[in-house]
Design a protein around this ligand. Structure first.
Ligand code: HEC
Length: 305
């Protein structure tokens, strides 16, 4: 996917790349230029069908985390939403109280409130996070004003970067992050940026994503798959992968991990049945290298009961 940074395969690399992606737009200044006169107060509609105004209802005086999505994205974007759900869990009940998450659709014609609502439910999104649609022109303007359309082709499929804009409207501070970074890193970055000194996120990282181990396969699994899959802890966004290497043939798994979207397009019966069963959230094409696929399968085999 053009414009998307590949997530790195080790936690350490994730932290380094993430740190260099930080882009602070500037310190708070009296009479911040990023206020009512800057952000459009255009109407948007939430996943529950409520009309809200972008500046007055969503930004004014609030701390926010905003990204662009579209629900029919079959590539890396589902990972963004799954990652942000992990961040939401790490931040605990701050979300909805001290911080608001907004995901704005760049495909507003297809992404009706009902479609957005179903999407949020599929990903087990918690309270304090609105999915928004509206008029295309208004959304284009919002994306531009938020600096989320810098990659010029914001409204073309896959043209948006996996960026997360974090803002403190009252303080006039905004910061761009990658929304597919390590969730613990993102949660800590948000807490630091907001000046919250409690180092006490809602849930520990180990509960959310499984304990990191120095095994490469485990690290790849954790950074690329753990947002959607568990091994032996039940279904999440995708199926529990315990025993998957015994229930599927290795050659099928290799092809599936390399290009699940292509297998669907070719009407592979297993891929089609899985998609139907997991409520139409497709397994994303994560552009895994052959090396990543090999270490992942070795890791998954080692987890077989
Ligand atoms: C954004 C969520 C998401 C991510 C990230 C993700 N998956 Fe999936 N995966 C799914 C969903 C959903 C399905 C069910 C099939 C479908 O709906 O297309 C699935 C299906 C699978 C299957 C088939 C399971 C079976 O019972 O046959 C395997 C294997 C799999 N994923 C492995 C992985 C691996 C390995 C990674 C990391 C490299 C990964 N997935 C990352 C969502 C995800």
């Amino acid at each position: 996917m053009r414009g998307k940074r590949r997530a790195s395969i080790t936690a350490a690399a994730t932290l380094l790349v993430g740190a260099s992606a930080l882009l602070s737009i500037g310190p708070a200044v009296a009479g911040s230029p990023w206020g009512a006169g800057y952000f459009p107060n255009v109407p948007l509609i939430t996943q529950d069908g409520t009309v809200v105004h972008f500046y007055d209802d969503l930004l004014k005086g609030k701390k926010v985390a905003i990204n662009l999505i579209y629900t029919s994205c079959k590539r890396e974007c589902p990972l963004e939403t799954a990652r942000l759900v992990q961040v939401q869990r790490l931040l605990g009940d701050r979300v909805g109280k001290d911080l608001f998450f907004y995901s704005i659709s760049i495909d507003p014609e297809r992404d009706t409130p009902a479609v957005l609502k179903a999407y949020a439910e599929k990903f087990h999104v918690g309270p304090g996070w609105l999915f928004l649609t509206g008029r295309t022109d208004d959304i284009t303007l919002i994306a531009k004003k938020l600096g989320l359309s810098r990659r010029s082709d914001a409204l073309t499929r896959d043209g948006h970067g996996a960026s997360l804009m974090i803002g403190d409207e009252a303080g006039g501070q905004w910061m761009m992050n990658s929304s597919v970074d390590d969730p613990r890193f993102l949660a800590t970055t948000i807490s630091n940026f907001m000046g919250w000194d409690d180092r006490q996120p809602g849930r520990s990282y180990t509960e959310v994503a499984g304990l990191p181990t120095p095994d490469t396969g485990a690290l790849v699994f954790q950074s690329r798959c753990g947002a959607c899959h568990t091994i032996g802890k039940g279904d999440a966004v995708g199926p529990d992968l315990a025993g998957v290497t015994t229930r599927r043939e290795r050659s099928w798994l290799v092809r599936y991990l390399r290009a699940p979207d292509q297998m669907l397009a070719e009407n592979d019966p297993i891929a089609t049945a899985l998609l139907a069963r997991y409520r139409d959230v497709p397994m994303p094409n994560l552009r895994l290298s052959d090396g990543e696929i090999a270490v992942l399968l070795t890791f998954l085999e080692g987890q077989a009961p």
